[in-house]
Design a protein around this ligand. Sequence first.
Ligand SMILES: NC(=O)C1=CN([C@@H]2O[C@H](COP(=O)(O)OP(=O)(O)OC[C@H]3O[C@@H](n4cnc5c(N)ncnc54)[C@H](OP(=O)(O)O)[C@@H]3O)[C@@H](O)[C@H]2O)C=CC1
Ligand SMILES: CC(=O)N[C@@H](CCC(=O)OP(=O)(O)O)C(=O)O
Length: 344
Amino acid sequence: MIKVGIVGGTGYTGVELLRLLAQHPQAQVEVITSRSEAGMRVDEMYPNLRGHYDSLAFSVPDAATLGACDVVFFATPHGVAHALAGELLATGTKVIDLSADFRLQDADEWAKWYGQPHGAPDLLPEAVYGLPEVNRKAIKQARLIAVPGCYPTAAQLALIPLLEAGLADTSQIIADCKSGVSGAGRGASVGSLFSEAGESMKAYGVKGHRHLPEIRQGLRRAAGKDVGLTFVPHLTPMIRGIHATLYASVVDRSVDLQALFEARYADEPFVDVMPAGSHPETRSVRGANVCRIAVHRPQDGDLVVVLSVIDNLVKGASGQAVQNMNIVFGLDERLGLSHAAMLP
Ligand SMILES: NC(=O)C1=CN([C@@H]2O[C@H](COP(=O)(O)OP(=O)(O)OC[C@H]3O[C@@H](n4cnc5c(N)ncnc54)[C@H](OP(=O)(O)O)[C@@H]3O)[C@@H](O)[C@H]2O)C=CC1
Ligand SMILES: CC(=O)N[C@@H](CCC(=O)OP(=O)(O)O)C(=O)O
């Protein structure tokens, strides 16, 4: 059994980790932290977990207790993993960080987008970007994994086949993305109120969102050169889900894009290339660790439109984190993650 610790157990990604790990045959959650709820049993706070974690209670984060675990997940705001990761790695504990602390390779760029100095630049060279579909080999050897952001997961999986094949005009790609409100976390804020976000939809971060450099970094890796990207996120009145629509121009109209995408993801357990002409719905991935993709060529012109949906809390965060854990510990990548989505 893999001994698991979770820092930040009361947020949405923390409780989603608990839900997924409850069904995992080879992992046992030993430590779960919350400073504000220390002492409370997890199944008192989250009744959906009753019967799964009979005696597990929140505790304050403590490096010694966490260091006794085989792996520690950080489901915390940005900056927290910077402070604790080094100490845990030194005790031999693997670290899987769901925040953005180790996603950008460049500490100065991180500081610019996150508004504070990078707290652990010495660890950046060994941090591995945890997108298994492009980095599986490196993940297997990693001690420190940066789980990709939710928008970046949906956008990169949609564009990588085109970029790796050198088929997209890299001067101008558009990522038009929509998220449910759980993407904003569990912390109270006016924008997440039902009466603010319900029956309404709005774009935000058009001038520059912190996921822009992360998506650009991934696209650059796939294309082997810089990519001109416009990224516009939107808040939509649903709880879970990301819907990303990607627009690019193809440089060779003769290529069968459906066949290209199917071949690229043929061996990927968590990417589903849907039949030509499909329109994937966010509800088709709700609760599941899957990204469903459909490729369109309107009027058979140069334009390619790729549609990509994920559950922000699963393939966009906690499910992808468990997928990374499975790879790091040499397990079947699908363990604990093979359930179907909830419909409706
Ligand atoms: N929501 C989403 O869809 C996604 C979120 N993420 C990322 O995952 C991380 C967690 O997100 P989410 O679950 O929404 O977050 P929340 O903000 O809802 O929860 C944060 C958790 O972290 C704990 N925490 C806060 N500050 C500290 C601290 N200084 N030290 C230790 N623990 C702390 C909180 O507990 P307490 O204060 O009681 O200790 C709480 O349990 C974030 O970095 C987020 O950006 C990634 C992908 C998708
Ligand atoms: C709707 C909403 O507010 N979404 C969040 C992104 C989701 C998220 O948590 O981002 P990370 O994956 O980088 O942690 C935002 O725009 O900042």
